[in-house]
Design a protein around this ligand. Structure first.
Ligand code: ADP
Ligand code: MG
Length: 729
């Protein structure tokens, strides 16, 4: 009988790259083909309706219900012309991924016939059954039903035969049940706070937008091999598997040639993504074998978040078309790099100025310094909360390992910017600026060299690094909804900026000159946020100690880190900015703890099953063969000789017995620990029990299994091995 593993490996090797038809048009022509963008709005909507809708999108004015019908009619016409038969409210529940409820454009008219139906009301508001989505008890507490409401700032698009309408998902009493609602509120808060501060420098500024450019990392695995790994299928990662003799030590995968089958997949994905308006730009290999990255050009944060969610689901579907599975888990394979999703973030004003980039004049540079320093203030004050925003059962495997950001949030600024801040902090104020007659103030802020933009000396170990004209938040996980990190980051910076403005205004009110007041306060904050600045090696043990001394959050346990959401400082910030209430935060934390527990619970079950019905039987089977061999030896040779010749097999027989016994004990311990944890009704305590007593046992069992993999006859081993999973093309 042929081992299933051998069969799937053989088939995977035989697979050829699928042919991908390139559209006849140029990318610039099919970009956004399936998006109801401004161009299409203009074409399909009456002029007055178009003008009102643009006002809603650009200036955040309320959507006038009187135009909703006309907008819906135009959308429907465009959608049906492009083959859509259904529509759905597309939203981002607190689980991973997106949710949708498909309705056909046709509905019964009550008289036995059918009628086309897609009204303004159906566009603007829907009632998906909220009970099937996690809500942390908000429904029970408020006895409220959930509804989804159109977010006109993110354009509708067509996926297959369905018109997808990006929506927020909230309860009838107004609590957010999704990621988008609080994100929009946080973006509003940072817009207001940053605009106020911008006006010190340019009174004409009317708005500030937050920008996000994400870099999505992922692994590809052949679909056949994936199907032969129940752990990958059920948990998204390999719970066992010995390291391959060759993995990433040669560094030959990074920027190496991309295999044909993968090329075809990438090309297909890019075409589909561009058609959906996702501005894909770069694709390349990552450090680990079979690991890749896709990064679009940065966009306004809300849109970028939607596009990332869309891309993740597109990626999974298109991978299957090419006989692959896309793995978005942060750590699918032990011993090699995991996947992250760097969030490149900046603010820009509507006068075209990138606020995190240095400018040409001294005043520009003072503005630059203010935005850098207040960003650091926000990150410093809420470093524990920021960590909570990127923490999950899956990302926990990546953080703190020597390949990804450490589990302590700090910020790398680089030599030049650090020196600039030091100079501003320490210089004599009179040296910094002096009055120069009618021309106003002269600022002695050193010229910022161009080199800063191309800061090559990037510290790869920093979780929050300044990279020339933006910050790069690198701790975000590959599987995560970026909104989680963006809600916290934008809120934290909004709070810091408004706090900054309050103090500057207080000085101005006392009669101090504006620029002088800005310098005073920014100098105060440069001092205050110093503990968050760290340019050294984030992986070193000394840093952990040093960070502790600096008062930075050094907690490593995922469920404990979630508590940061309920700290007074966090609740105060979210409530004062109108982003989330304590009730919402509490409810959302229930969901986080529950999700954590469930993921560990599933891993523990899969580990138990595979141990008992794959690993132990296979190992025992091999052991029986060895026993037979030893017995055979005895019948052929005299006792002494047989003994001598069987020494190795005897050792293996014993080793297998010992290891399988340990695995069995390990599984029993796992089951017992789960039973105890399952009796805990409080979600917080249960998650902590799962972390401390269940998750911690998985590694011990794995160690024994991986050792068995090395000694059991290859032909008997049923699970595809790392060397096969990672090097199949
Ligand atoms: P890396 O060297 O980290 O791979 P890239 O040049 O590929 O960097 O850019 C990564 C992402 O950062 C891209 O999405 C890019 O559009 C985005 N990005 C560039 N400038 C900014 C900015 N000012 N604000 C936000 N994102 C930016
Ligand atoms: Mg990057």
């Amino acid at each position: 009988m042929v081992n299933l593993r051998f069969k799937v490996v053989e088939e995977a090797f035989k697979k050829q790259a699928a042919e991908v038809k390139t559209p006849a048009e140029r990318p610039s022509e099919y970009f956004g083909k399936y998006v109801f963008n401004r161009h299409k709005m203009y074409k399909y909507l009456p002029a007055d309706v178009y003008a009102k809708l643009i006002d809603v999108i650009d200036n955040g004015t309320r959507l006038d219900r009187s135009i909703a019908d006309a907008v819906a009619a135009g959308m429907k016409q465009w959608a049906t012309e492009n083959g859509a038969t259904h529509y759905t409210h597309w939203f981002q529940p607190l689980t991973e991924g997106t949710a949708e409820k498909h309705d056909a454009f046709t509905e019964h008219d009550g008289k036995g016939g059918m009628m086309e139906n897609f009204s303004g009301k159906l566009l603007v508001q829907q009632e998906p059954d909220a009970s099937s989505f996690p809500n942390g008890g908000i429904r029970n507490t408020f006895e409220a039903r959930g509804y989804s409401a159109w977010d006109p700032t993110s354009p509708v698009f067509i996926m297959d035969d369905t018109l997808c309408i990006p929506t927020v998902f909230i309860s009838y009493t107004g609590e957010a049940l999704d990621y988008k609602a609080p994100l929009l509120r946080a973006l509003h808060a940072v817009n207001v706070a940053a605009t106020d501060v911008c006006r010190y420098f340019d009174p004409e500024v009317k708005g500030v937008r937050s920008n996000l450019g994400w870099e999505q990392e992922y692994f590809l695995v052949d679909e056949g091999l994936y199907s032969a790994r129940p752990d990958l299928m059920l948990t998204g990662r390999t719970l066992m598997g010995h390291e391959s003799a060759k993995n990433q030590q040669m560094d030959d995968h990074y920027f190496g040639t991309i295999p044909d089958r993968v090329q075809a997949f990438m090309k297909d994905l890019e075409i589909r993504a561009l058609e959906l308006g996702i501005p894909c730009k770069t694709r390349h290999n990552e450090v680990a074998p079979n690991q890749f990255e896709l990064a679009p050009i940065f966009e306004e944060t809300n849109l970028a978040v939607d596009h990332n969610m869309l891309l993740m689901s597109l990626m999974k579907r298109i991978a299957r078309k090419h006989g692959f599975r896309a793995l978005l888990h942060e750590k699918p394979f032990a011993g090699i790099n995991g996947s992250g999703k760097h969030n490149n973030w900046s603010l820009s004003a509507d006068n075209g100025v990138l606020l995190h980039a240095p400018g040409k004049s001294p005043m520009d540079n003072l503005r630059f310094v203010v935005f850098i320093v207040e960003t650091l203030m926000g990150v410093y004050r809420h470093n524990g909360l920021l960590k909570a925003s990127i923490m999950s059962a899956t990302n926990a495997h990546r953080l703190g390992a020597n390949e990804a950001p450490p589990a302590i949030i700090s910020s790398f600024l680089g030599k030049q910017l650090s020196e600039l801040l030091d100079h501003i902090e320490l210089a004599d104020k009179d040296d910094l600026f002096g009055l120069m007659g009618k021309q106003g103030l002269k600022l002695d802020i050193p010229e910022i060299p161009e080199l800063l933009i191309d800061n090559t000396d990037r510290n790869r170990t920093s979780p929050f690094a300044f990279t020339g004209n933006r910050f790069e938040f690198r701790a975000v996980g590959s599987e995560a909804n970026c909104a989680s990190a963006m809600i916290v980051l934008n809120s934290a910076v909004a709070e810091a900026l408004s706090d900054f403005k309050r103090r500057v205004d207080a000085l101005i009110e006392k009669g101090e000159d504006k620029t002088s007041a800005i310098i005073d306060i920014v100098r105060e904050d440069i001092k205050a946020c110093k503990p968050i600045r760290f340019d050294g090696n984030g992986y070193s043990d000394e840093w952990v100690e040093e960070a502790g001394r600096r008062g930075l959050d050094c907690e490593k346990s995922c469920p404990v880190i979630f508590e940061r959401y309920l700290d007074d400082a966090s609740v105060d910030m979210f409530e004062s900015l109108n982003v989330m209430t304590r009730k919402e935060l509490e409810a959302r934390n229930e969901v986080k703890w529950d999700t954590y527990t469930k993921r560990i619970q599933i891993e523990a079950r899969v580990m138990g099953d595979l141990s008992l019905n794959h690993i132990i039987p296979v190992a025992t089977h091999y052991q029986s063969r060895l026993i037979k061999n030893v017995q055979g030896m005895r019948s052929v040779f005299d006792t002494d000789k047989a003994e001598r010749l069987s020494a190795r097999n005897m050792r293996l027989i014993e080793e297998i017995a010992e290891r399988t016994a340990k695995i069995e004990q390990g599984v029993a311990g796992l089951v017992a620990a789960r039973k105890v944890a399952n009796r805990i009704s409080n979600e917080h305590d249960k998650a902590i029990a799962y972390h401390d007593t269940v998750a911690s046992r998985l590694e011990d069992i794995r160690k024994e299994i991986d050792k068995l993999e090395l000694i059991v006859e290859d032909n008997l081993w049923t699970l595809p091995k790392y060397r096969e999973l990672l090097f199949i093309r």
